[in-house]
Design a protein around this ligand. Sequence first.
Ligand SMILES: O=c1ccn([C@@H]2O[C@H](COP(=O)(O)O)[C@@H](O)[C@H]2O)c(=O)[nH]1
Length: 270
Amino acid sequence: MTHNELTQQIFSKQSYLCVGLDTDPRKIPHSLQNEPDPVFAFNRQIIDATADLAVAYKPNIAFYEAQGPRGWESLQKTLDYIPANCFTIADAKRGDIGNTSGLYARTFFDPSAAGLDFDSVTVAPYMGHDSVTPFLEYAGKWVILLALTSNPGSADFQRQPINEQELFEVVIETAKTWAGPDQLMFVVGATQADELSRIRELAPDHFLLVPGVGAQGGSLADVSKRGLTPNGGLLVNASRSILYASGGTDFAEKARAEAQALQQEMASYL
Ligand SMILES: O=c1ccn([C@@H]2O[C@H](COP(=O)(O)O)[C@@H](O)[C@H]2O)c(=O)[nH]1
């Protein structure tokens, strides 16, 4: 999906919601446990309940890898089920020497390899340009680079001063020389909303993927006030607060209600 297509989806759905598919088999309602693939059965109902409210879906790969081959099968079925008008994110946080990154890129972007055809993958910047560029070689695919993450440990390295900047600022400025806003986004945690104005000065045209509203307590209002651009420019993710809004048979209905509350608030900011 291109930058323009994503922007169009945001304005037509009046939403910049990304639903995180962090599906933990231990949290799936009992009513689905006897399904042949409980994870896919759960995801399918979540997608059906939220597809008109969300512009993106983000399966976190850890939840699928932890299930071994069954998990990869659930991931592939889930990805195939996501409607074509929704942007897809493999939240895998990959990055290695170039030769190895090339294989990670193939895994998520080349359907003839592992069967997966994501629009984007999250990548860690720590190993530098040659660990990121193999992902950028796939035309039409996106890298979403970790910049300032939502967790407390983000202070350990990302906030360290370096040449009168903080490390996350150096990451953004440097990575902007590797790819433009049509292929590169940055991850900024919703819990870091205070830094968003500064980040917007550095990256006025890049999409930001913002996880951390809902279970992590980030403020959608603060993120939107500081991060929205005339083109939208944000994908705000919520995972647990939507997926597990109810543990009962009404889980899809309750997930929809959570997603709708976020979408309606987003519409008021657009
Ligand atoms: O800085 C980051 C980067 C990634 N994540 C991921 O987003 C979701 C958040 O889940 P919630 O349940 O809404 O808290 C999860 O997959 C994280 O691994 C992040 O939270 N922060």
